[in-house]
Design a protein around this ligand. Sequence first.
Ligand code: GLU
Length: 445
Amino acid sequence: MKVQGILTNLETKHPGEKEYLQAVHEVLESIETIYNENPQYEAAKIIERLVEPDRILTFRVSWMDDAGNVHVNLGYRVQFNNAIGPYKGGIRLHPSVNLSILKFLGFEQIFKNALTTLPMGGGKGGSDFNPKGKSDAEIMRFCQAFMLELWRIIGPSADVPAGDIGTGGREIGFLYGMYKKLQHENSGVLTGKGLNWGGSLIRPEATGFGATYFTKEMLKLDGDTFKDKVVCLSGFGNVTWGVALKVIELGGKVITISGPDGYVLDEKGLDAEKINYLLALRASNNDIVSPYVEVFPEAKFIPGKKPWEVPCDIAMPSAIQNELDGIDAENLIKNGVKYVVEVSNMGCTPEAIYAFHNGKIPFAPGKAANAGGVAVSGLEMSQNAMKLNWTKEEVDAKLHQIMSSIHEACLKYGTEDDGYINYVKGANIAGFIKVADAMLDQGVI
Ligand code: GLU
């Protein structure tokens, strides 16, 4: 395979889709050797088939606000690959959403879902609708209008959407209510559902808990633990909350959180009360993190900046793609960072990843470290299919085991000659082999 040739071809076909091209580039670069050693992949044009989604549904979403004004948003579902299971992936509601972003997320999701060991393919959906500042009734009308189109192509064995940025329990509820009405069945098509209507325990915490379990495995390799480690997080939503909760439980100290307005530095570290406040903050329907320092005045708010200038042992970007760039990476390295764990999807730019690899800093990519969220979604699907619920302990134990197995897979395929673990390579190769072999078994379709 000529990676560059395939990429050039993609750039011509999909000009300007920069996030999608970035995600494809990262994967192709890491799997090139394995691909060349296995001519059966080339013969079946696995790469060329894998980089194009099976199909994309684009639709108009019209809804009315509380004042009676009509709004029009764009809705999408990218069904990327279902070689190992139904399309599976979240719905992102954020003004930045476009096809490039959803294609990058759907592409990443294929490998992430393969890594979980559960039978899930890759997909992603969303809209440029901004849920911030909207009333519950407006959110409901938007979600209902969105599902009026989406319901035709999803189903518990076909495509199982879930939450992502901007889509939490409230949105899943409104989407599910409309699906159920249109399809005339209660089959659990979405994951991230409420506990008393088919949801799974631990699902809200799962992405953050999973990422922390993954980091625990990275530390264990060096004979170390979270005890007294200083951790910088970004974001203040669901994912950041889950990471903070688990890091503190394991003895670490979380000193930063952030929003689009800047970051909060809390040298004393987050505690149970502050973590509970995070719940209130993310439910407050605004986009800013600065109110934190009004409630906890010992903390400082640094406007317009990212937390990566703060010295820490472990950095865990947990907000959005490309939130940590080459300069941030150099700052972190200069300040002695020991581990970097991407909890957001593609949270680090290629320049940042290059700097971490170059500096031999263990760096875990999102598709490995944040797979706990979709893994527990997979467990929610299992529970729905069995019509049984597992206890919190059962789900947590399975999540823990899945994260350890992802870490194992990264070691297997990512350990370099000098002993450095290239987690990016490990995760990409492990995910790719599973999907590529399934595609080979199923013929040219
Ligand atoms: N949006 C999450 C992710 O990026 C979860 C997806 C899901 O549960 O289907 O993996």
